[in-house]
Design a protein around this ligand. Structure first.
Ligand code: FA5
Ligand code: MG
Length: 459
């Protein structure tokens, strides 16, 4: 064991993220240099970048109806499993924790998979503000998930998290409502007034009430509190969604574009998150499909207790909104990789506070290459090569020169039971033409890396 320990020490490695050095566990670490290079980009803070413009627009809107949000936009992406999962009540066997979905550097540290990783800390930080009966926060940040490769998926995207909590009070004399109930009613009214004032055209369908058994209310809240909190949450999010999408519709009308929706249509559906109950998602009907915008719900008391609030002291809501897909749709950006380009032809098209349509510069042709291989016989289970691992290998070699990777064939030999897979890779640059020689070299590297890492046999 002494020898083994020596060997492990020699093998111990480090990564540097945002200027801080961390010791990796080589058995667990699946963070690559190409991912680490993105941890300094902070697109959400660039005021003339689509992601930054959208973040600013939403923040301004929420602040205009409510002065009680405290903003946190500089949290670093490396967090603990405690922050990302345990503090939120994720069960130990939740699939979100798996190495195939999440970037770990060792057993205890990972790149956050959502902005909810900072909820506990923010609830602690706003604790003193709630004496004024109400408090809240907004967090914007980059989040990391191992995923497939195509036009709408990238291993890094951005979320905005928001929360509002109210301090509960007792009714002073039996005939009157407790002051926090009166306060929440007022707060709902001011959001509704804002919706009216702006003459927002939005149809909302809500298929989620009455609350189903699988989306229960928490015992410590009264039915009235659940009803009022969820109204305030839903109206607030509807206000944000209509701000963003109605702005887009107006600009579409001005530019006489096709497919202008007559009415903005959104719907609420039931959802599940370990740290909220009940929980919902909102979707918007956009160019022929429902697009998921945001998950949310009423904060579970456990989180508030962990943050140091007294039992039954506080009630409130939280949401987590994805920024990138909305930005793509608002600015008409056809490929998610463009958000990460440093090409001036992209960047100079956008300016602070305005939603403009992206004018594509020349689209460079793509070049398809197939890689087909037999999986090793001693590892018959296809999951030995998780698809996300394959994506990562390709991304690491070709970076943003790969547009998409698709499984095009999946074959099991009828006699030997041997399994073979074929993936089609589209190599395409956002900025220039790729030469054949260049693409071949990338493809060769991908093939040899697959053989080396997984012992597959190329066909
Ligand atoms: C969450 O991440 C929760 N943390 C949201 C939440 C916060 C719930 C607070 C309750 C309380 P989800 O994985 O569904 O949930 O992601 C939230 C949003 O991020 C989605 O609605 C979507 O808009 C965006 N999103 C999710 N995955 C991607 C992706 N791969 N690419 C771009 N956007 C994504
Ligand atoms: Mg979701």
């Amino acid at each position: 064991t002494g020898l083994y320990r020596l060997y492990s020490t020699l093998k111990a490695q480090h990564v540097e993220i945002n200027g801080v050095k961390y010791t990796t566990n080589p058995k667990i670490c699946n963070v690559t240099d190409s991912i680490i290079n993105l941890t300094d980009k902070a697109l959400h803070l660039k005021e003339s970048h689509p992601v930054g413009i959208l973040r600013d627009l939403i923040e301004k809107k929420l602040n205009s109806i409510d002065k009680s949000f405290k903003t946190f936009n500089n949290f670093r992406p490396l967090v603990t499993t405690m922050e990302n999962f345990d503090s939120l009540g994720f069960p130990k066997d939740h699939p979100g924790r798996s190495k195939s979905d999440t970037y770990y550097i060792n057993e205890t540290h990972l790149l956050r998979t959502h902005t909810s990783a900072h909820e506990l800390e923010c609830f602690q930080r706003i604790k003193n503000n709630i004496d004024g009966s109400k408090a809240g926060f907004l967090i914007s940040a980059d989040v990391y998930r191992r995923d497939e490769i195509d036009k709408t998926h990238y291993p890094v995207f951005h979320q905005m998290e928001g929360a509002t909590i109210w301090k509960r009070t007792e009714a002073k004399d039996g005939s009157k409502e407790p002051t926090h109930i009166v306060k929440i009613r007022d707060d709902i009214k001011s959001v509704e007034d804002q919706l009216k004032k702006e003459n927002v055209k939005i149809t909302v369908s809500d298929d989620t009430l009455p609350l189903k058994e699988d989306n229960p209310k928490q015992e410590y809240m009264t039915d009235l509190e659940v009803d009022l909190c969820s109204q305030h949450l839903k109206r607030s999010i509807e206000l944000v969604v209509s701000e963003v999408f109605n702005k887009k519709i107006t600009s579409m009308v001005e530019s006489k574009s096709n497919d202008i929706p007559k009415q903005l249509k959104v719907r609420w559906i039931n959802a599940y998150f370990p740290w909220t109950a009940p929980s919902w998602e909102i979707e918007v009907w956009w160019q022929g499909e429902w697009l998921e915008l945001c998950g949310c719900g009423l904060i579970r008391q456990d989180v508030l207790l962990k943050a140091g609030y007294k039992p039954s002291e506080t009630i409130g809501w939280a949401f987590g909104l994805g920024l990138d897909r909305i930005a793509m749709l608002l600015f008409e950006i056809p490929d998610i990789r463009l958000l990460w380009t440093s090409d001036e032809r992209f960047l100079k098209q956008f300016s602070k506070g305005s939603i403009s349509s992206f004018k594509p510069y020349s689209k460079h042709p793509g070049s398809f290459r197939d890689v087909a291989f037999w999986l090793p016989m001693d590892k018959p289970d296809v999951h030995q090569v998780h698809e996300n691992d394959l994506m990562e290998i390709i991304r690491n070699i070709a970076g943003d020169l790969v547009e998409s990777v698709k499984l095009v064939d999946d074959f099991t030999h009828p006699k030997t039971g041997r399994k073979s897979l074929c993936y089609r890779i589209n190599y395409q640059s956002m900025d220039r033409n790729l030469t054949n020689a260049e693409v071949n070299a990338l493809q060769d590297t991908v093939c040899s890396k697959l053989v080396e890492e997984y012992g597959v046999r190329l066909r």
